[in-house]
Design a protein around this ligand. Structure first.
Ligand SMILES: [Zn+2]
Ligand SMILES: [Zn+2]
Length: 351
């Protein structure tokens, strides 16, 4: 707090009293262009997918054009650093189909002096094909994923899963803002599934997910196809080889039945369907695939007689008896699943 000996300063501009060394706050606030804007902002958008280019980057937007225009207008503003309590409102209209006019009403305080201003920004919309649509229309691709299986063809379940994995990954990449990774085409062929992809990134993700879920392994075969900005461009053929045995396959080994639980580098983790325990056996092409537990049928125990259980054969509806294996814990009325070994017409309980 200043007391005594007050030295009065006078503003050289208006002659009024001031606490400043030079001109007073009021004159200062008046002399400064406190808010300005670029009068015209050009915004490129893709007429096909409506994505918007900002700087050199395209991005998808779900915003309405009016909302986008007002954001661009606010982005074109330059406000003096000393402005406080800034309050902005925007209104807009479209004088022509490719122009949006935004009127910004600004209020603020500068050196304690209240200020208001009106700033106009014209948004000029420009059509331009985006990077993604450009890739799509040019049949651009960076790879093909070929899903095959060992000594068999992929089954319907595997084909459905492969397609679902590919489209889910495409969807999540798109959501994460990766615009250039997409699935161009999926072909369901006699030999397996072919997926044409636009980037190596999506190829790596799809093949990783497929082998994680369905087993098997991927080999990559790159091939040079051009150059862009001094960078070599490769197309990669990803060969995914699904394992001979699938999760859930029931195999017959030396007259015993096992359910395959997982396949890992040459070994099978199996569930012994006789003893009801887990086991590990070496992968061998010689095992006979009986069926898959996905195709098992439920039956109900009609009676227990010693170590035998009575059921209705689900195919013939005739009463039959099968061994009541200990691990099944069967009781009268309990339900469990069975498979049929067509080769010797044996019933195989799978629990
Ligand atoms: Zn003054
Ligand atoms: Zn586009």
């Amino acid at each position: 707090m200043q007391t005594m000996n007050i030295q009065e300063n006078f503003c050289p501009k208006c002659g009024g009293p001031t606490e400043n060394e030079g001109i007073c706050n009021k004159c200062l606030a008046e002399s400064i262009e406190w808010i300005v804007a670029e009068p015209r902002v050009v915004c490129a958008y893709c007429p096909t997918c409506e994505s918007v280019k900002q700087g050199n980057t395209w991005s998808d937007t779900t915003k309405e054009r009016q909302v986008l225009a007002e954001e661009l207008a606010l982005g074109a503003l330059h406000v003096h650093n000393d402005v406080q309590d800034l309050h902005l409102t925007v209104e807009s209209h479209e004088p022509s189909p490719n122009r949006t006019k935004c009127i910004i009403h600004a209020e603020g305080t500068l050196y304690g002096v209240p200020k208001t201003a009106r700033v106009d920004v014209l948004i000029a919309w420009k059509k331009e094909q985006c990077d993604r649509c450009n890739r799509l229309s040019g049949n651009y691709y960076e790879g093909v994923i070929q899903v095959r299986a060992t000594d068999r063809t992929p089954d319907l379940h595997e084909r459905v899963r492969v397609e679902a994995i590919a489209t889910n990954i495409e969807e999540s990449l798109l959501e994460a803002g990766d615009r250039l990774s997409f699935v161009s085409r999926i072909d369901d062929t006699r030999d397996g599934v072919d997926i044409v992809i636009s980037s190596h990134h999506i190829g790596d993700l799809i093949t990783k997910q497929v082998t994680a879920e369905l087993g098997g392994r991927t080999t990559r075969h790159p091939k040079l196809f051009g150059e862009r900005d001094g960078k070599k461009l490769y197309r990669i053929t990803y060969l995914v080889r699904l394992p001979r045995y699938r999760r859930g396959d029931v195999i017959e080994v030396k007259n015993r039945y096992y359910e395959v639980r997982s396949v890992e580098s040459g070994t099978l983790k199996v569930f012994d369907l006789q003893e009801g325990i887990m086991n590990v056996i070496r992968e061998d092409d010689a095992y006979r695939i009986v069926a898959n537990v996905r195709d098992a049928q439920y039956v109900t125990v009609s009676f227990i007689d010693g170590d035998m259980a009575g059921i209705l054969d689900p195919d013939t509806f005739m009463p039959i008896t099968i061994p009541a294996l200990a691990w099944l814990n069967l009781a009268e009325g309990s339900a469990f699943r069975i498979l049929r070994d067509r080769e010797n017409d044996r019933i195989v309980p799978v629990g």
